[in-house]
Ligand binder design. Structure first.
Ligand SMILES: Cc1cc2nc3c(=O)[nH]c(=O)nc-3n(C[C@H](O)[C@H](O)[C@H](O)COP(=O)(O)O)c2cc1C
Ligand code: SF4
Length: 602
């Protein structure tokens, strides 16, 4: 099979756009697929030729990312968000209903190729869900039965998604509480002026004095990271690199989405301050593929800043201060939020975490010293450059300075983003969000921790309850076994498969949960789950595997009652029906007496 002329055009245009650069492979694949809907083998081979890689490598990269299709999908490809909180809002039933209107079931494509439907991990629109992702390009929020039937109507009438009612795509910022980051006007220069006036050394000293720690999860000291990168030796002709991690894939986290939509200038200003401190010329925003809808806005902000002399050559008239930023879109892989996997993806490869050392600050993007920080970290850095370290350090608590953004969703009256100083209690956030009769809060997403009501007096801080920003609330009626099961499914789905304990372990945990849900649980399964939990904590290559069983650990410890009825049998029960398996043998031997049946275990 050869490429069609349309496919050839799409491939050649993408190759031209990226000058046949193999490091742009993920972007090339995205751009081609936007025209061809899927990536047939001849298309991949033409791309391989164009970038000078083997077809096997290009197929290997395309096969890694869930948003690349190696099999045909519908001209309208719908993905329903499948986080636990989406399910609580009826997403699974709504997806089935949508499928029924369209004559397909989730996972299927219509015979005429007009439409296909599937599920995807959290789209991070939890505050206005359930949501649908359409052609990985636009969203439909606030799905309900009426909207589902109207979406189906539009598809059946052949209306292209770009012509669907704009109201369906409306995105609310839902900022419920603003602090220094969300309450200020977006910055178009003041922090840069301050950094230039102070100088690189003194700006770094302010950052150190602020005590700012990374907001992406690990809480690494931001000034120390910048200092290590600044001190790393440069090869001839190379530069230091500033990367903004906007992959935001942790289910239930949407505060970076809001920062990018409402405070993009401040985030970019923070990156530019970092470039000044590090002496970096190259920058990237790694934007999760699901946030494609924010791309044009970000590009407009970058273009405006170039015109205003805030990006480009000789920033603010300063000779030698040359820095620019490109946006790289991800393609549906949660693990690419891990900084070394992110860098692999930026280089056009499969997003598999690297073996460290060397750390990115010494050898990151294309072997160059690279700082990777979270969106919120850069926004905070811009404010610190402007107002000084002492101003930031005066907020929060010792060891956890400043403010922190929380994405609040689930069983609350007012879902949205809340900016609180560190040290706020879980109970205070719950009260402000209008949550009553709460059974549990999952702080920091599935890789964070699950707290029960007696712990709601604990404080959000790195040495008490650390968080990357998710705050999912579960009311008294929720089944915490199903919550943990949903998260186990997420990790099994997102494991990149590089190391065996995670690839196999997450799948075994998922299957064990399914076994219990199907009514085949026994006390032996609990022992097996606990063994898998301790195995995964100590043996995996990256943080995804290491935290994959946190929800299991926490819910078993705090909500054992939710497991008890499922673990009741004192005797081992296999996950399949042994007696039914013997049916062919009974037919062959012509027996159906009691002796030809196994006693039902239980
Ligand atoms: C599986 C996995 C996913 C991650 N996803 C994100 C993410 O979406 N955004 C983010 O900023 N950090 C994420 N991280 C943490 C990054 O590896 C890294 O620590 C962070 O980007 C550093 O920025 P910070 O110091 O400003 O927090 C993830 C880590 C792991 C192990
Ligand atoms: S722990 Fe999981 S996600 Fe991380 S490298 Fe291993 S297989 Fe990949």
């Amino acid at each position: 099979m050869n490429c069609t002329s349309e496919q050839i055009q799409a491939v050649d245009a993408a190759l031209r756009h990226h000058s046949g650069e193999r490091h742009a492979l993920v972007q090339i694949l995205r751009e081609v697929q936007a025209h061809t809907h899927w990536l047939p083998r001849p298309v991949l081979h033409r791309i391989a030729q164009g970038v000078g890689l083997t077809p096997a490598i290009v197929e290997g990269v395309a096969g890694f990312y869930r948003f690349f299709h190696l099999q045909p999908v519908g001209r309208v490809h719908l993905l329903a968000s499948d986080n636990v909180t989406d399910r609580m809002q009826g997403s699974r039933e709504l997806a089935a209903e949508l499928g029924a209107w369209l004559g397909i079931v989730p996972g299927q494509m219509a015979a005429d190729g007009s439409v296909s439907l599937g599920f995807t991990s959290c789209t991070e629109l939890c505050d206005q869900g359930p949501a649908l992702l359409v052609n990985q390009h636009q969203v439909v929020t606030r799905l309900d039965a009426a909207r589902v039937s109207m979406v189906a109507e539009q598809i059946r009438a052949g209306v292209p998604p770009s012509h669907w009612p704009i109201e369906w795509q409306r995105l609310e910022p839902n900022i419920r509480r603003a602090g220094p980051l969300l309450g200020a006007d977006p910055m178009t220069g003041p922090a840069l002026h301050a950094a230039l006036a102070r100088g690189a050394e003194a700006t770094l000293a302010e950052l150190a004095a602020s005590g700012l720690r990374g907001r992406g999860g690990a809480g690494f000291d931001a000034a120390r990271k910048w200092q290590l990168c600044r001190a790393a030796p440069l090869r001839e002709g190379s530069t230091r690199v500033v990367v903004c991690n906007a992959d935001e894939g942790e289910p239930g986290t949407f505060k970076d989405r809001v920062l990018l939509a409402e405070q993009a200038d401040t985030v970019i200003e923070g990156m530019t301050v970092a470039a000044r401190v590090l002496g970096a010329r190259t920058g990237f925003v790694y934007l999760r593929g699901e946030y494609r809808f924010v791309l044009e806005h970000l590009q407009a902000v970058l273009a405006r800043r170039r015109t205003a002399g805030l990006l480009g050559t000789g920033i603010l008239g300063t000779p030698g201060f040359d820095f620019d930023i490109a946006i790289h879109l991800g393609a549906g892989a949660y693990v690419c939020g891990e900084e070394s996997a992110l860098i692999e993806s930026l280089e056009g490869k499969r997003g598999q975490p690297r073996i460290r050392p060397p750390f990115p600050v010494e050898s990151g993007y294309r072997g160059q010293p690279t700082v990777v920080n979270n969106v919120e970290t850069y926004a905070a850095a811009a404010h610190i450059a402007l107002h000084g370290g002492a101003w930031w350090a005066a907020m929060g608590v010792p060891g956890s300075t400043g403010s922190k953004l929380h994405s609040v969703s689930g069983d609350v009256a007012r879902p949205g983003v809340y900016e609180w100083p560190f040290g706020v209690t879980v109970a205070e956030i719950l009260a402000e969000a209008g949550a009553t009769d709460v059974q549990a809060v999952q702080v920091g997403g599935p890789s964070g921790q699950c707290l029960a009501a007696h712990e709601f007096g604990r404080r959000i801080a790195f040495d008490d309850v650390p968080t990357a920003g998710a705050f999912m609330v579960f009311g008294a009626g929720r089944d915490m076994f199903e919550v943990a099961r949903g998260f186990a499914q997420f990790f099994a789905h997102e494991s990149c498969g590089f190391c065996t304990p995670c690839r196999v372990g997450t799948e075994l945990v998922r299957r064990r949960f399914d076994k219990l849900a199907a009514g085949y649980g026994s006390i032996f399964d609990e022992a097996e789950l606990r063994a898998l939990e301790s195995l995964l904590h100590g043996t995996t290559h990256c943080g995804l595997g290491a935290s994959a069983t946190n929800p299991l650990r926490d819910t078993l410890a705090r909500f054992r009652a939710a497991y008890e009825s499922r673990l009741a049998s004192p005797r081992f029960v296999p996950a399949f029906d042994l007696d039914a398996e013997l049916e062919p043998a009974r037919r062959v031997t012509g027996r159906n007496d009691a002796g030809a049946h196994l006693e039902r275990q239980g």
